[in-house]
Write a protein that binds this ligand. Structure first.
Ligand code: SF4
Ligand code: SF4
Length: 68
């Protein structure tokens, strides 16, 4: 599962580009505290906890945890 510190996101889209499952998308319906559309995971069940999104994010927005 992926957890976002949403208000730190600047909507750069890097995590969405690298996600092998293509389950990360900018939420065009909302803006965060910085005024950007925040990144969200649209299908958590497909996440393989690879951690690539966490690794690529320049602002340390994303934490990845394996579901119990
Ligand atoms: S941990 Fe991997 S599969 Fe899950 S959202 Fe991040 S990049 Fe995608
Ligand atoms: S890489 Fe980080 S800052 Fe960029 S869209 Fe993803 S979560 Fe937001």
């Amino acid at each position: 599962m992926v957890i976002f510190n949403e208000d730190l996101c600047k909507g750069c889209d890097l995590c969405a580009w690298v996600c092998p499952k293509k389950i990360l998308h900018l939420d065009a319906t909302r803006v965060n505290a910085k005024g950007y559309n925040p990144m969200v995971c649209t299908d958590a069940d497909k996440c393989i906890s690879c951690g690539v999104c966490n690794w690529i994010c320049p602002d340390s927005v994303i934490a990845v945890k394996k579901a119990a």
